[in-house]
Write a new protein. Structure first.
Length: 535
């Protein structure tokens, strides 16, 4: 009898019952003289003792400014040390930090400020031509709850921090005593590809435990130095980066305010980082640097590739050429804090390149028929669902939208199509909404993308379905060539696929691009590839 597609991450290590503040206190006590945070761009460094003092100072300043437990404090900024200080200071006083995408324009900013009821906002002053002050002023009239705005690096930040002396350490301790691990601590807005973005509300228990067990899986200790080029506003940066580090006494190293391939590898080399994070497009950019071979990456041991499907060929190069023998693939979503499955350090190359790993400790996963909700036999593709401590409290102030994705059994429906193998490893084969139905055949773009990554003329590829009168949908391959002067033709691709892919899976249309439309977190916007077809 075939087993059902259900797995539970049994573990002898108990979940943490701490708040984020108490967990940080433990790290400070154990690792006070070790480095906690390094910002390469500004040259600033904090030991754990210094970091704790800076977090405490900002926490007291927030109390002096009247920030109450449960108040929403927004952070709209690129990666910088102040972002991290706000993250831990708000957690210390029971405020709810709201992450805001740095790419948002005024109307998107206004929506989040108003929907979350943000009363205090921290913001960058400018970045890559965006004048954050001007955008705030455009959005502010629509946001009556917003009382104050503090810009990182100017007198408004300094003025706030100077208020710390108005509050004693004992007063801060009283606030900390009111907090529990189940309190909400963070709201992260999803990308909003359909309709307005939704604010996934996460507790201390959600994100601290997820960070801790992800770090445990790749054996983090106080000796690790984690290069974090992924954005802090996303779970990848602030949970798998910052919280995974502080829950193990490790050091967070910020290579640049936003992703820069050369700055990232230079940071790994100069700061002797042992771990490197990135979405696949980031690793592709690093590997394709003309001077890639000149960087000393010998200090690297591990790292995480996540955020979107990880191409097999790219993963093989990361292991072989970047010294990341213990690199891990993680799968998850903001609503699950974020990680649900992860490859392990001792997994063989097939499992580390062909799957997204096994369910992590204390979490359950199952694969169900998207139409009926019935759990499928192992080996069959269906919708991946996850349950456990990691599932969000809900979408902020949106019960109906929460009920659309979390069922009565507290299962989070991911919208991803996956297969749970007999060995317990999960293969994600695509998004339900990205699945191509060509002449009645279900086609998963991920399978074709993985195959085409091995084409000698292709550096990167995304496959989408586009309208077709005869078949309903047809397969479009969007390709970034290795050599722009010698791109592959549709005939090249057809010949490459011949005898190795079923005929109905062979792309019939081709677009050659210089780059893909991306979100700030490094995910390809497939909807724009579909909409741009025919231009």
């Amino acid at each position: 009898m075939t087993d059902l597609s259900y797995a539970h991450g049994v573990s002898g290590t108990p979940l943490l019952g701490d708040t984020i503040g108490r967990n940080l206190d433990r790290a400070i006590a154990l690792y006070g003289e070790r480095e906690a945070l390094v910002d390469v761009a500004s040259g600033r460094r904090w030991t754990y003792a210094q970091f704790g003092a800076s977090v405490g100072e900002l926490a007291r300043a927030l109390l002096a400014s009247g920030v109450a437990k449960g108040d929403r404090v927004g952070i709209w900024a690129v990666n910088c040390p102040e972002w991290v200080l706000v993250q831990y200071a708000t957690a210390r006083i029971g405020a709810i930090m709201v992450n805001i995408n740095p790419a948002y324009r005024a109307h998107e900013l206004a929506y989040v400020l108003k929907q979350a009821g943000i009363s205090m906002l921290f913001a960058s002053q400018e970045h890559k031509g965006s004048d954050y002050r001007a955008l705030v002023e455009q959005a502010r009239p629509e946001c009556p709850a917003l009382r104050s705005v503090h810009y990182i690096g100017d007198e408004s930040w300094d003025g706030l921090v100077s208020r710390a002396e108005e509050v004693t350490a004992d007063q801060l301790l009283l606030r900390k005593a009111e907090l529990t691990c189940d309190d909400p601590v963070n709201i992260q807005y999803t990308s909003g590809t359909t309709g307005f973005p939704k604010g996934a509300t996460l507790s201390h228990h959600n994100i601290l435990n997820n960070a801790y067990f992800v770090g445990e899986s790749i054996a983090y200790t106080e000796r690790d130095r984690i290069c974090v080029p992924v954005p802090f506003y996303h779970c990848f940066g602030m949970v798998m980066g910052n919280l995974a580090a502080t829950s193990h006494g490790a050091c967070v190293v910020i290579p640049a305010p936003s992703f820069d391939a050369a700055a990232t590898l230079r940071t790994v080399s100069e700061e002797r980082c042992t771990s490197l994070y990135g979405v696949p497009t980031m690793f592709i950019a690093e590997l394709n640097l003309p001077d890639f071979a000149s960087y000393d990456l010998s200090s690297l041991r591990t790292g995480i590739m996540a955020g979107s499907p990880c191409p097999v060929e790219v993963m093989k190069r990361v292991v072989a050429e970047m010294n990341m023998a213990e690199v891990s693939i993680c799968y998850g979503m903001t609503e699950t804090s974020p990680v649900s499955t992860q490859t392990r350090r001792d997994d063989d190359l097939e499992r580390r390149t062909g799957t997204v790993g096994r369910v992590i400790p204390h979490v359950e996963v199952k694969v169900v028929d998207p139409a009926t909700g019935v759990t499928l036999p192992r080996g069959e593709a269906g919708e991946l669902c996850t349950r456990g401590y990691s599932v969000m409290l809900g979408y902020w102030d949106e019960r109906e939208r929460t009920a659309e994705v979390i069922d009565a059994g507290r299962w989070m429906h991911t919208g991803d199509l996956a297969v749970l193998r007999e060995d317990g490893y999960v293969q994600v084969v695509g998004r339900i909404k990205d699945m191509i139905i060509r002449g009645g055949e279900n086609i998963y773009p991920r399978e074709i993308e993985e195959f085409l990554y091995a084409h000698p003329k292709i550096a990167d590829v995304q496959v989408v379905g586009v309208p077709d009168e005869k078949y309903g949908e047809e397969i479009l391959a969007c390709v970034i060539p290795r050599d722009p002067a010698d791109p592959p033709t549709l005939d090249d691709i057809a010949a490459f696929c011949r005898d190795r892919l079923a005929r109905y899976k062979v792309p019939r249309r081709l677009r050659i691009l210089r780059d893909f439309p991306m979100t700030v977190s490094g995910k390809v916007r497939k909807v724009e590839l579909r909409e741009g077809y025919g231009e």
